[in-house]
Design a protein around this ligand. Structure first.
Ligand code: X6L
Ligand code: MG
Ligand code: MG
Length: 182
């Protein structure tokens, strides 16, 4: 029997970014909002990085980070929770690739590959973006069975733009329920 397809939890990784308002406070609120959802447990958080904008250059620097979570939700349900969190924190969609209060991107869900109109997994551009890979490499364990860690390391060896990602602040997520289980 396959454990990944029958487990009540899936492990997943999300990238977060913000470049308007109090960027750090907004990211912390987004993580708290995810954690407060009954079907989501935030397991680990990366450090915070200040990053030069990519794609649309005439906008403020971002703060980017990544979180690991486990969830009972299907990927589409998790995505819908993420979009709801973006809305509640005041995300407005104006300029494509432009400034945003907060952005939550679903990168990877254990054992899941999919390509629908709503969602592609793994995220098709995650291995091209230093502002995603550098935070992600903080929280993906070396022994991750799919080889995700090695894929991140390989991508980080070849991509451009790593100098545009600067360590900004340490961050340690302490999950209340993960602690109570241990
Ligand atoms: C050519 C054309 C090369 C477009 C790159 C890259 C477009 C990334 C969009 C691209 C291109 C994106 C963030 C950001 C954005 C972020 C930082 C995107 C979506 N989001 N820059 N730019 N952090 N530093 O979270 O990822 S827009
Ligand atoms: Mg994004
Ligand atoms: Mg997005």
């Amino acid at each position: 029997m396959s454990t990944s397809s029958t487990s009540e939890f899936s492990e997943a990784y999300i990238a977060l970014g913000a470049n308007l308002g109090d960027r750090e406070a907004t990211l912390m609120k987004a993580i708290s909002a995810l954690q407060e959802h009954p079907g989501i447990e935030v397991l680990r958080g990366s450090h915070l990085y200040e990053t030069d904008p990519v794609g649309y250059l005439d906008q403020p620097c971002f703060v980017n980070m990544a979180v690991a979570l486990r969830t009972t939700l299907a990927p589409e349900e998790l995505l819908s929770v993420m979009l709801d969190v973006e809305q509640r924190l005041g995300r407005e969609r104006k300029i494509r690739f432009g400034p945003r209060t907060v952005d939550l991107d679903l990168l990877w869900v254990a054992g899941r590959e999919m390509d629908t109109a709503l969602l592609t997994l793994p995220h098709p551009r995650m291995m091209e973006r230093a502002f995603v890979l550098i935070p992600l490499s903080d929280i993906v364990p070396e022994g991750e069975p799919s080889g995700l860690y090695e894929n991140i390391r390989r991508a980080l060896g070849t991509i451009d733009g790593k100098e545009g990602v600067r360590f900004w602040k340490t961050y340690n997520w302490h999950s209340a329920s993960a602690l109570s289980e241990s």
